[in-house]
Design a binder for this molecule. Structure first.
Ligand SMILES: Cc1ncc(COP(=O)(O)O)c(C=O)c1O
Length: 391
């Protein structure tokens, strides 16, 4: 296979997760032997583990543009987003939230659980282009009731399915004028964009595995003065915000992934010509077979992602057929329970029928022209066979 996918196939699902970088694997596995102790222990073994956590916190802080003292390490993006949102509202608190209409479920469902607790929640609908326009956020902010307690806007930096860049800087200004905090889910943006992309955000979240770090690592960072409470009950680890014995070895891998982010950013940006070729040739292949191939998300986007609807096909079926040909792509968001669902993001932008027909291709640092050719050949074979009849 490719160096990255490990099974002889072509891996075009980098937005789901990335293969750990060799330098990450080296640091991580060395730390499994040297940094396995409990970082809360005062003995030397414990202090070795603590030093690994501190180094990871520093690397995350540098990547996101915050102070190391204002970073809590988490088990990934989902936990970081939950902590950022739920953590602003202590039990019994009132308050108000605006979320973008194409957020990851770890934001959308955290907001829904706040709504179930009586917090006012408004959704800022996306435009058909995939962008959540500042005007939509302004409307949602204006629709919030005048309640006491925290007000927060949550907007991702980069959409996980379309790669569309969200107008974070403009929304930061809007949110602050409305005396609301801004949380940016930068799980798909950290290590892909310069940190100025979320410059004025009050809380930023990331996940290590999207930038070639270990699964199960992530972080939330906050501006000084932002007050969070823990979501779980337990010990005082991670500034009292995230109880539980930390995984210092995984943190060592996270630190390396964060430090090599400039390399990741440049190499990911460099796949744009391959992504564009893939898109162009799929549209042409479709046209020759009488299949309309439509791009989801016409707004400005990152270089490595393509969300395409193959009209008349079910995206999940196309993914399964491509998998048999050795090409890994995805339909919808991550198949979180192993069951592919149509993309909620595309449904919000362009309707359920478009979502049903959608496949996401996401390239990465090690994607080669040869892999793109192999993927195109597989697509042509699968599309030429035609979709299975509806059952
Ligand atoms: C935009 C976005 N936010 C949050 C998450 C959740 O991150 P994790 O899988 O590390 O829990 C993802 C994962 O795909 C994502 O793409």
């Amino acid at each position: 296979m490719t160096a990255s996918s490990g099974d002889g196939g072509v891996y075009l699902d980098w937005n789901a997760t990335t293969p750990p970088h060799p330098s990450v694997l080296a640091a991580w596995s060395a730390a499994l032997s040297s940094g396995w102790a409990n970082a809360s222990s005062v003995h030397r073994a414990g202090q070795r583990a603590r030093a690994l956590l501190d180094a990871a916190r520093e690397a995350v802080a540098l990547l996101l543009g915050f102070e190391p003292g204002d970073v809590a390490l988490t088990s990934g993006g989902t936990e970081a987003n939950n902590l950022a949102l739920l953590g602003l509202f202590p039990p019994g608190a009132t308050g108000a939230v605006v979320v973008g209409g194409v957020e990851h479920p770890s934001v959308a469902r955290a907001a829904a659980s706040l709504a179930a607790r009586g917090i006012a929640v408004e959704v800022a609908a996306p435009a058909p282009s995939g962008r959540v326009e500042p005007a939509a956020v302004a409307r949602a902010l204006a629709a919030l009731p005048n309640v006491s307690g925290p007000r927060v806007v949550s907007l991702q930096s980069v959409n996980h399915e379309t790669g569309v860049l969200q107008p974070v800087a403009e929304v930061a200004a809007l949110a602050h004028r409305a005396r609301a905090l801004l949380h940016v889910d930068a799980v798909q943006g950290a290590g892909k964009l310069e940190r100025s992309a979320w410059g004025d955000a009050d809380l930023v979240t990331m996940a290590g595995h999207k930038i070639r770090g270990p699964k199960g690592t992530g972080a939330v960072a906050w501006r000084r003065g932002v007050r969070l409470v823990p979501v779980l009950a337990g010990g005082a680890q991670e500034r009292g915000l995230r109880p539980g014995t930390q995984d210092a070895a995984a943190a060592a891998g996270l630190a390396v992934a964060c430090r090599r982010a400039p390399e990741h950013r440049a190499a990911t940006a460099a796949v744009a010509p391959l992504r564009d070729r893939l898109e162009r040739e799929l549209v042409d292949a479709g046209a020759r077979l009488g299949i309309e191939v439509v791009r989801n998300g016409t707004a400005e986007r990152v270089a490595h992602v393509s969300s395409l609807a193959f009209v008349g096909w079910r995206g999940a079926e196309l993914c399964a057929a491509l998998d048999l040909e050795g090409v890994a792509v995805s339909s919808g968001a991550a198949c979180s329970a192993g069951t592919p669902e149509a993309s909620a993001v595309v449904a919000a932008m362009a309707g359920a029928a478009r979502a049903e027909a959608t496949v996401r291709l996401s390239l990465g640092e090690t994607t080669t022209a040869r892999e793109v050719e192999v993927a195109l050949e597989a697509f042509r074979r699968v599309l030429a066979r035609g979709p299975a009849p509806e059952r």
